[in-house]
Design a protein around this ligand. Structure first.
Ligand SMILES: [Zn+2]
Length: 70
């Protein structure tokens, strides 16, 4: 299930947005090509901020779980 792989998915999304060569967002990272408003309110900086925090929380949580198993 996607929920069980959420830390991996968030980490992938963060790397994708971080490594995109654009400055303010593009269809390769945070924009959807069919949005009727032209992605007016979509923010690459905002996406990076959210993904960075989610990645830190989710992937730190995983490491703590691993410690409990040792
Ligand atoms: Zn981009």
């Amino acid at each position: 299930m996607a929920f069980e792989r959420l830390p991996e998915i968030v980490s992938y999304g963060l790397r994708l947005v971080q490594n995109c060569a654009c400055t303010n967002g593009c269809p390769s990272c945070v924009f959807l090509s069919r949005r009727p408003d032209g992605n007016r309110d979509v923010s690459k900086a905002g996406a990076l901020n959210i993904l960075t925090h989610l990645d830190a929380v989710l992937n730190r949580h995983d490491k703590e779980q691993d410690k409990d198993l040792e």
